[in-house]
Each structure stands twice: as C-alpha cells, then as structure tokens.
Design a protein around this ligand. Structure first.
Ligand SMILES: Nc1ncnc2c1ncn2[C@@H]1O[C@H](COP(=O)(O)OP(=O)(O)OP(=O)(O)O)[C@@H](O)[C@H]1O
Ligand SMILES: [Mg+2]
Length: 445
C-alpha cells in the first residue's frame, strides 16, 4: 500500500511549483518581448548612426586629394567603441574606416539594409548614386549582455520568492485546515470507550459529510454496545436470584441426605451452581468494566483502597501469605472510580492466589509514582500465550476452575481509565512466576 501523504505538504509543494512555473513562463515571455524590442531599438540606433556618419564621410572623401589611399579616422580618446564602420566604393575598395575597424569582419559582398554575422549586426546604406557605401557594425555581444542582464534582474526575486511562497502556502494551507486538524486531534485524543459524537465546528463542506457519517457510525456502535452491555448485565442480574435460591435449596437438601452416591451427586451440583454464580458475577463485572462510569468526579486515595482490599483478601484466605509494600504516610489520589479499582484489584489478587503455587507468597507493591505490581510464584507462561491472556475466555491454567474472564475485566477497566497493564513471566528478578504491573501514573490525579 502507498504510504499516506500529507495533504498540507502536497498542497504547499504543488502551489509553490505552480507559482514558480508560472513565474518562469512569464519571465520567458517578458524576455522574448524585451529581446525583440531591444533588437528593434539597437537596429534603429545602428541605422541612425549610419545615416549620420554618411554625409560626413562623403564630405571627407570628396575633399581628399588622393582617393586611392584608404584613410583611418583617428579616435580622440581611447574608449570602447560600440560602432565600427567602413566606407567603400562600388568596387569594394575601402575609402574610409573607423580607427578600430577590422575589414575582415564586414560583409565582403554588398548587402543593403540589415544583415548579421555570427559576431556582428550590420547596416549598409549608400550615397551619390550608389558609388559610396557605408557599413556600420555593432558587436552582437552587446545585445546578448543586455538581455542576460535583464534575465538575471528578473530571476533574482524568484530565489527569494520560492521559499517565501513555500512558507506562505504552507501557512495558508495550515490556516485553512485548522478545523480539520482540530477534528483529527479530537478523534485522536479520545479513549476507546468514548463513543460520543465528535465536534464538527467549522469543518469544510468536503469533510463535513465524512464527519457526519463517522458520528452516525459512532452512534450506532454506541447503541449496539449499550444494548449488549445492558443485556449482559440484566441477564446476569436476573440469574442471581434463581442461582442463589437453587444453591440454598441444594445445601438444605444435602443436610437431609446421608453420605452416599446421592450426596456425591449433590456436591457436584453444588459446585456447578457455584460456578454459575461466579460466571454471573464476572459477567456483571465485565458489563460494568466495559460501560462508562469508570472515573468518578471525586478523587480517592488508591493506597488506602488497596490496603483495605488486601486486608479483606487476607481474611478470606487465612493460610495464604500476602505481602504488601506501600509508601509510608503517602497517598496517591486518583479520579478512578473506587468500585472499578476494587474489581480490578480483586480479579488480579484472585488470579495470584488461584494460579500461583499455593505455599508461596503473593507479593504486592504500590510505588509512590502510582505503579502497582502483583507477583506470585507459578510456572512460566510462554510469550505467545502471555500476549493473548487479556482476551475473553483465554486461559492457560486449566487445573483450577475459571472462565477466563478475570484479565479481560481487568484490561477493560485499565483501558477505560487510561492506565496501562503489562504481564511478565517469569516475574522480575525471578526464574519463574507471573507478575502483573498496572501503571496509574497517567490518570489525571
Ligand atoms: N497470577 C497469575 N499467575 C499465573 N497465571 C496467571 C495469573 N493470572 C492469570 N494467569 C493465567 O491467565 C489465564 C487467564 O486469567 P483470567 O483471570 O482471565 O482467567 P481465569 O482466572 O482462568 O478465570 P476467571 O478469572 O474468569 O475466573 C489464567 O487461566 C492463568 O493461566
Ligand atoms: Mg482470573
């Protein structure tokens, strides 16, 4: 697939290239017209010079005693002569020439009017019934220099204009795109759980239809997700009472039956009902984790919440060693909803107790920077499995009961509040074990 291109850059470069091209075309046109006008001007000066010199030359030649001797007009002061001339008779004999004239550069045959050689432009006119001919020459280099000077003068501004035009078009395009950029930033900065309509203020007509379609899509997605969540939550809630009733009845029945195959079957039924009860509880948690309301308006101290949950877990798991390392006399205030935080911690602790080696401790720590770590001894989980554990119903330890929902719930909460969760196996500083780290430092305190 072609790599995406920046529209701003493409427009900036395109506009600059367009302006430069137009400028060059205008420059070439101006040079073409100027060259023609300059040639006309130079030609008329050349002809004028010939017509001015001719009468003087005629007088000079007529007054001369020895006509066979060519005469060279001396220059009064050394200067770079633009014009040189030759006065010849009808046979081509040179009668008069300017002091710096080289006869070899002139036309050898008589050409009336204007003519050009590789190096000079000539004008020839005649007098006294075509017996005297004057040919004035001007070096073409003078004309070329003039036109080159003009081209350079017109090109200079272009060197300044190209970068200015590029910066100017980029700034203008950026200014015109300000609402599109604001729209992009808003879409980019949203968390995955925010499905509210994106603001469309000031968007240009070309984009507004896309933005409207995106908002319609978000709306449909939100309604679909809401109905899925409410279905999960409602079903789990509706299941609670019948499951609790069935559990109570089976426990009562067990007391009435003495040991034997019927009692064994009843114990199995009780285990299944307990599993069902756990499933409905996890489904309720998942519905909460994936719904909104994971952030509260008030701030709560995560360290004291964590200590309370750990104490509670210690009480319900008397034989288990659970260590807790927290910064002393410090609080970590956060806007995360206390219920959501409790569900997250309980799921992670439940995993550490359930999947960890039973006689080994569970080590919990919470740093003053807001990083929670829960580590336990366990056999190493391969990396391929580790990356999939946060998906629903994915499990790697099948020796204990579970649905594979705990880490999916934890992941939904962590993502929903804007924190990050990483798993490592083996745990840091060990050869085996499992460690989960949740970084709360990014959440607005
Ligand atoms: N602390 C841990 N130590 C070792 N393995 C773990 C730990 N936590 C999770 N795992 C592995 O990740 C898998 C997925 O965990 P998850 O919490 O999603 O499901 P579960 O604990 O098996 O079931 P549930 O939480 O729904 O009762 C577990 O089956 C287990 O293999
Ligand atoms: Mg679990």
């Amino acid at each position: 697939m072609k790599a995406p291109q920046s529209l701003q850059k493409t427009l900036g470069v395109g506009l600059t290239a367009g302006v430069t091209l137009l400028w060059m075309l205008a420059l070439l046109g101006a040079l073409y017209v100027s060259q023609n006008k300059l040639n006309e001007l130079f030609d008329s000066t050349l002809a004028e010079t010939a017509h001015r010199i001719m009468p003087l030359a005629v007088v000079e030649i007529i007054n001369r005693e020895n006509l066979d001797q060519p005469q060279q007009i001396m220059s009064f002061e050394a200067h770079d002569k633009q014009f040189i001339y030759l006065v010849r008779d009808a046979l081509g004999r040179i009668l008069l020439q300017s002091h710096n004239a080289d006869p070899s550069i002139f036309n050898q045959t008589l050409v009336k009017g204007f003519s050009s050689s590789k190096t000079h432009r000539f004008y020839r006119t005649s007098a006294i019934q075509n017996t005297l001919h004057i040919e004035v020459a001007q070096p073409l280099i003078d004309r070329r220099e003039a036109i080159t000077q003009m081209a350079i003068t017109l090109l200079w501004p272009l060197i300044l204009i190209i970068p200015l035009c590029f910066i100017g078009s980029l700034a203008f395009v950026r200014y015109s795109f300000r609402y599109v950029i604001a729209y992009r930033d808003e879409v980019e900065s949203r968390g995955s759980s925010d499905l509210s309509p994106v603001k469309m203020d000031g968007l240009p007509t070309e984009i507004i239809t896309i933005a409207e379609s995106v908002n319609n899509l978000l709306d449909r997605l939100r309604r679909a997700l809401d109905s899925e969540r409410s279905f999960t939550a409602n079903s789990a809630h509706e299941l609670r009472t019948p499951i609790a009733t069935a559990l109570a009845q089976i426990q009562r029945l067990q007391q009435k039956v003495s040991a034997g195959p019927i009692k064994d079957s009843m114990v199995k039924i009780e285990t299944t009902i307990r599993g069902l009860s756990g499933l409905s509880e996890k489904l309720m948690q998942l519905a909460k984790a994936e719904g909104g309301g994971l952030l509260s308006t008030e701030r709560h101290d995560l360290i004291s919440l964590l200590s309370m949950i750990v104490d509670d877990t210690r009480r319900s798991n008397p034989g288990k060693i659970i260590t807790l390392a927290i910064p002393q006399n410090e609080a970590f205030m956060s806007v995360i909803d206390p219920d959501a935080f409790a569900i997250l911690i309980r799921n992670l602790l439940d995993n550490a107790i359930k999947h960890g080696i039973s006689n080994q401790p569970v080590e919990i720590s919470f740093s003053s920077k807001g990083v929670l770590s829960i580590a336990n001894a366990a056999s190493v989980i391969p990396v391929e499995t580790l990356t999939q554990l946060r998906q629903r119903f994915v499990r790697s330890n099948l020796s204990v009961q579970g649905m594979g929902l705990g880490l999916a719930i934890a992941d939904a909460i962590v993502t929903g509040v804007g924190a990050t969760m990483t798993f490592s196996s083996p745990a840091a500083g060990r050869v085996d074990g499992f460690e989960v780290e949740v970084d709360f430092s990014m959440i607005l305190k």
